[in-house]
Design a protein around this ligand. Sequence first.
Ligand code: HEC
Ligand code: HEC
Length: 448
Amino acid sequence: MARLVRVLLAAAAIVFGTVATVTFHQGSASLQAQPAANGPFDSSISQNAQRMIEEGRGIFRYDTFGDEAFWGDQLKLHQAIAGQKLGGVGPGLSPKMALNLGLKVDADALPSDLVTQIKAGKVDMDDPASTVALLKANAVVGITGFLNPDGSAKSVGVQCSICHSTVDDSFAPGIGHRLDGWPNRDLDVGAVIALAPDLSPYTKLLGKDAETIRTVLRSWGPGKYDAELVQDGKAMRPDGKSAATLLPAAFGLAGVNLHTYSGWGSVTHWNAYVANTQLHGKGVFFDPRLDDKDRFPVGAKAGFGNMRSNPDLVTSKLAALHFYQLAIPAPSPPAGSFDAQAAKAGEAVFTNQARCAQCHVPPLFTEPGWPMHKPDEIGIDDFQANRSPDKRYRTTPLRGLFARMKGGFYHDGRFPTLEAVVNHYDAHFKLKLTAEQKRDLIEYLKSL
Ligand code: HEC
Ligand code: HEC
C-alpha cells in the first residue's frame, strides 16, 4: 500500500512537473516556439505597423492641424518672433532668448552650411533673424514657421512636440537629436504664449483683459501648462499658486488605460482634445462631459464639447498619432545614475513593506483596469482632481522617472524630490520605513 502511494506520488510529480514546464514556455512566449508570421495577412499587419509609426512620428513632430490660423493669424506670434526690424513687432526672439525659454533645436534639421556657421561662431545668437533662419530650416522643435516668398515670417503653427519632445543636447545645450515623448521640462510655454501681440482670443474666451491673461500665462513657469484653463477658467488654486500641471511623459503609455494626471480618457481621446481645444487645430471633437455649465463654464459656453470643423484636419491623423505614442518606450536610466544593489533591495520594499506595487503594478506601474484614486486615498488636496470628469487622480506609470526629474513630482510638482515623495507616503500610509529602506526605495525608483 505504502509502495503504491509512493509510485502514484512519483507519477504525479512527473505529470505536474511536465505541466509546469509547458506553462512556463507559454508564459514566456518564446518566439522560437511559434511558427513564423509570414502569411499574406501577417505581412499586412507588419507593414501597417511600420507605416503607422512613420506617419505618426511625422504628425507628432510636424503637424499643426491648421492651428496656424490661431497662433499666427489671430495671436500673431510670428510677429513677436520676427521683431520690428523684420516686419513684426517688438524686439523679436533671438535664438539665445528662445533657448532660455526652453525651446529646443533639432540638430538633424540644420542644413550643413548652417552647422558650419554655428560651429565657426558666425551665427548671431542675439539676432531674431537667426531664429527665422532656424524656422526656415524647420529646426525649432514643435514650432512651424510659414514664410512669405521674400523669406519674411507669414504665420506660425504649434505642434505636440513643443511640449512632449526634448533634445539630447549632443550639439550644444538645447540643440541635439530629438527625444520624442520626453517632457520638455525646460520649456516655459506660458512665457512663449505671453509674447503674442494679440491675446484677444483668450480675453474673449475667459472674459479677462490681456494683462490678466499675461499674468496667468507667466505664472505657470518652466515645464508646466494648464490644459483645463479654457474649460473651467480656474487660473489659480485656492492657495494662490498657479493651477498649471507639469508636462507629463508621453512615453511608456502602452497598456495604460487612462491618461493625464486626472484620467480624462485614453491617449486618442486626449489627443483629439488637445488638437482641437488647446492647439486650436481644425478638427472634430466630441465630449459632452464638457457641456456641464457648472463645472466647465468656459468650455461649455465655447462649445468645446462638440466641435466640428470642415475640413477636418485632425480625425484622419488620430490613428497613426495614437499608434506612434504607444510605440514610444520609456527610456532606460543611464548606467551609473543609480545604485544597482540598493535598487534591488528597494524593489522588495516597493512590493512588500511600502505596498507601492498595490497601485503601481509592475511592469506597467499603474493598475490594469481603472487606475483612479480619490484624493484622500493618496493624501492630497482635490483641486486638480475636481477639474476633471471623474474627480480622481490617475496612478502615474513610473518607468523613465529619471527623464522627468526636473520640476518635481505629482501633477503639480509639489514634491521637489523622490525623497519628499517617499516621506509623504511614509507619513500618509504610516509605513514606518527605516532610513535604509527609504534610500533603497528611492534607488529603485531611479532605476525604473
Ligand atoms: C502646451 C503644451 C502641450 C502641448 C502642445 C501638448 N500637450 Fe499633451 N499634455 C500637456 C499637459 C500639461 C498634459 C497633462 C494634462 C493634465 O493632466 O491635465 C498633457 C498630457 C498628455 C498626454 C497624457 C500622458 C499621460 O500622463 O498619460 C498625452 C498622451 C499627450 N499629452 C499627448 C499630446 C499630443 C499627441 C499632443 C499634440 C496633439 C499634445 N499632447 C500637445 C501639455 C501639452
Ligand atoms: C493608492 C494608490 C497608490 C499607492 C499605494 C502608491 N501610489 Fe504613487 N501615485 C498614485 C497616484 C494616484 C499618483 C498621482 C498623484 C499626482 O499626480 O498628484 C502617484 C504618483 C506617484 C509618483 C509621482 C510620479 C510623477 O511622475 O509625478 C511617484 C514617484 C510614486 N507615486 C511613487 C510611489 C511609491 C514609492 C509608493 C509606495 C511608497 C507609491 N507611489 C504608492 C497612487 C499610489
